[in-house]
Design a binder for this molecule. Structure first.
Ligand SMILES: CC(C)(COP(=O)(O)OP(=O)(O)OC[C@H]1O[C@@H](n2cnc3c(N)ncnc32)[C@H](O)[C@@H]1OP(=O)(O)O)[C@@H](O)C(=O)NCCC(=O)NCCS
Length: 191
């Protein structure tokens, strides 16, 4: 086994050995456990809902690994958080924090859409899924998606959908999603 393979193998073993308790603070505050490890060492991690303090823990930095974030001040961030919280049972952003580094290392969001169709049903939309590049491959992506699927179920969504690039299809398939239809897009000419 090459030294690189050996390192990867040892990390995989550490993933299996690492049992770290996490806390999720959704509306019902259930206790959940999170099994994972950081890219560098066994990390103490916590899976929970996004909170105001995460502005200083690199939440926007990790988001910028997926999309252009632009200048978002702490005040703008807090106002957006407040708006989302006040729009009850609609916006759910989960994060994973590396507790030793006080750093956000993974995030994903669920938006619950109210429909008239299907007897006034609800549909979940998953957005902004990203794992810090140094922590990829340790099941953090899968963990945040599983959490959002669970919240969508509790919220009564009859399905949960998302858009992704072709290269991420295997990841979402491993999370239980299937390919269906395609995305259409209109870019606002003023944006
Ligand atoms: C896509 C992303 C979120 C995956 O997160 P991750 O923590 O590295 O993935 P996980 O370790 O949880 O992988 C879960 C499963 O998906 C598989 N997987 C992950 N990325 C994959 C890829 N690019 N190709 C094939 N399989 C992949 C893993 O092998 C694993 O499979 P298994 O459960 O059968 O062993 C992460 O790579 C990322 O942040 N990418 C950049 C941002 C991005 O593209 N986000 C998605 C926007 S739609």
């Amino acid at each position: 086994m090459s030294s690189t393979n050996n390192l990867v193998w040892r990390r995989r073993v550490n993933v299996l050995k690492s049992h770290v308790n996490g806390r999720l603070q959704d509306a019902e505050k259930p206790t959940i456990s999170l099994n994972d490890v950081s890219a560098q060492k066994e990390a103490r991690t916590e899976l929970r809902m996004l909170e105001n303090e995460d502005y200083d823990k690199g939440f926007l930095l990790i988001l910028s690994q997926l999309a252009t974030v632009g200048d978002v001040s702490k005040d703008m961030f807090k106002k957006r958080m407040e708006h989302m919280k006040n729009t009850q049972n609609t916006y759910f952003t989960v994060v994973v924090e590396d507790l030793d580094k006080k750093k956000i290392i993974a995030t994903a969001s669920l938006i619950v859409e109210l429909k008239f169709a299907h007897g006034c049903s609800k549909v979940g939309h998953i957005e902004d899924v990203v794992v810090d590049e140094t922590y990829r491959g340790y099941k953090l992506g899968k963990r945040v998606i599983e959490e959002l699927k669970s919240i969508a179920t509790k919220q009564g969504c009859y399905k949960t959908i998302l858009d992704c690039s072709e290269k991420n299809v295997p990841f979402y398939q491993s999370c239980g999603f299937v390919k269906k239809e395609l995305q259409m897009r209109f870019d606002n000419p003023h944006e």
